[in-house]
Write a protein that binds this ligand. Sequence first.
Ligand code: SAH
Ligand code: DHB
Ligand code: MG
Length: 221
Amino acid sequence: MSAETWAAVDTYLEPLVGEDEALRAANHRAREAGLPAIQVSAAQGKLLHLVAQLHGSQRALEVGTLGGYSTIWLARGLQGPGRHVTTIEVDPRHADVARENLDRAGLADVVEVRVGKGVDVLASLVADDVAPYDLVFIDADKPSNVAYLEAALELTRPGAVIVVDNVVRAGALADPQDDERVQGSRAVVERAAQDARLSGTVVQTVGSKGYDGFLLLRRLA
Ligand code: SAH
Ligand code: DHB
Ligand code: MG
């Protein structure tokens, strides 16, 4: 099985997934602005969107905005008059591109882009006692994954869903190595496994982004 086959299947799935003009424009603008093309694939973005819908989420928290591509998928999956996304990005250039993309997608009123280090912005959300989030998507610097999960537990209630991107890393998850990103993935999976408040699985994925996967958690208590 080859990477070309996985990418060809993502192409075949385009009519099902239904990436629209605003999403395509967001990636185009991000590329034009020189941002790295490391956003979720369309098929993965649609999965986040469906998780938000199936869960009935109103409020989402994202760590790692980049150009706002996953943010658009998530925001569009939220329900109700209180629908809101707080998304955190350390690079002000990325945040500017994301704000532009979210504005063009008609989501400026739904999404707040907060610039700063994930751990710092999360600590300030805790200090400000913000309303709890229903859905959390963690997709920033991988060594901080455990810190982000711990902050997510302070900012959610039982019933919340927490998703962590890029935990499989071409199978490295099951193969201890020096790479600090792999260590960050293993640490968050192991942290979740020993926390009785969390029920989880990893969805392994192949596609245009290669072989990777999402850690999917439900907060029970
Ligand atoms: N979720 C996006 C992709 C995020 S890529 C999508 O799928 O569309 C990871 C992002 O995390 C990058 O924009 C990077 O600048 C940001 N990032 C890296 N370290 C960070 C940190 N310490 N705090 C917050 N954001 C960080
Ligand atoms: C990288 C980061 C991501 O969040 C991702 O989905 C793919 C790649 C990276 O840092 O290389
Ligand atoms: Mg990612």
